[in-house]
Ligand binder design. Structure first.
Ligand SMILES: Nc1nc2c(ncn2[C@@H]2O[C@H](COP(=O)(O)OP(=O)(O)OP(=O)(O)O)[C@@H](O)[C@H]2O)c(=O)[nH]1
Ligand SMILES: [Mg+2]
Length: 235
């Protein structure tokens, strides 16, 4: 997939302030500081598009970017960071929950996990939350440049082992590094595949007399989600 243009749309304080539902969206979620904004920039091919910071809890709003006028990348505030309160408590942002649960054109979530860490309870709980709400997601283990490949593999195996009981088929697992650009093509391939699936997700009954699909993006995303599970899909 080649990206020609990425345009900042807006920073939304809540779901109501997000742009209309006319384009499929791909969102990044994970613990504060896991590298969501950095991964968005890597996929977009533009440094500095989404603000990156070593300070956890930096992204506080829903930041929306439109790619090639066809789809959107959405940078979400991270979980697990609550200044002044107990560390590592499951403190999801209400706005993020609302977005993940109620955004009809949300196509796929990239759930980010730091590859250098053994499974963290908060990440496991978050994945469980996604599963319970049937939010489609793939796992991305970030910052692979910081540790050896063997450690990455060990941590991925430990994490997938902890979550395997929740699935018939595990969600797809990817790795990434904003430093080495590792993982970019594979993740763009996932988006490409989802876009193709959405574009063909048309219910026969809703095809118009001239045979052209008339479904809204929202309806197409919904139809596409119903196709789960399918061995050819990443999730
Ligand atoms: N070595 C390395 N550092 C990374 C990578 N990705 C992000 N970082 C660093 O990790 C820190 C956090 O990155 P962000 O992209 O801002 O993380 P975030 O998940 O958006 O953080 P919040 O918005 O605070 O939730 C920054 O100092 C980045 O430079 C990576 O792949 N490799
Ligand atoms: Mg961020």
């Amino acid at each position: 997939m080649n990206i020609s243009s990425v345009i900042f749309d807006r920073s939304a304080p809540d779901l109501e302030s997000c742009p209309d539902e006319s384009l499929p969206e791909f969102a990044f979620i994970g613990r504060s500081n896991v590298g969501k904004s950095s991964l968005l920039n890597l996929l977009a091919g533009e440094q500095g598009l989404a603000r990156v910071s070593p300070t956890p809890g930096f992204t506080k709003l829903i930041n929306v970017f439109t790619v090639d006028q066809c789809w959107r990348l959405v940078d979400l505030p991270g979980y697990g960071f609550a200044q002044g309160s107990r560390k590592n408590t499951l403190r999801f942002n209400r706005v993020v929950n609302d977005y993940l649960e109620n955004r009809p054109n949300l196509c796929l979530v990239f759930a980010l996990i730091e590859s250098g860490l053994a499974p963290q309870e908060i990440d496991l709980k978050f994945v469980e939350w996604l599963v319970r709400r049937a939010v489609p997601f793939v796992l991305v283990f970030t910052k692979t440049d910081k540790v050896s490949a063997a450690v990455v593999q060990k941590n991925i195996a430990a994490f997938t082992d902890r979550i395997s009981a929740w699935f018939e088929k595990l969600p797809a697992v990817f790795t990434s590094s904003a430093e080495t650009r590792q993982g970019r093509q594979a993740l763009l391939g996932v988006i490409d595949g989802e876009m193709a699936a959405i574009n063909t997700a048309v219910q026969p009954a809703q095809v118009s007399p001239d045979n052209s699909p008339e479904l809204s993006v929202e309806a197409r995303v919904r139809e596409n989600r119903k196709r789960r599970p399918d061995l050819h899909r990443p999730w």
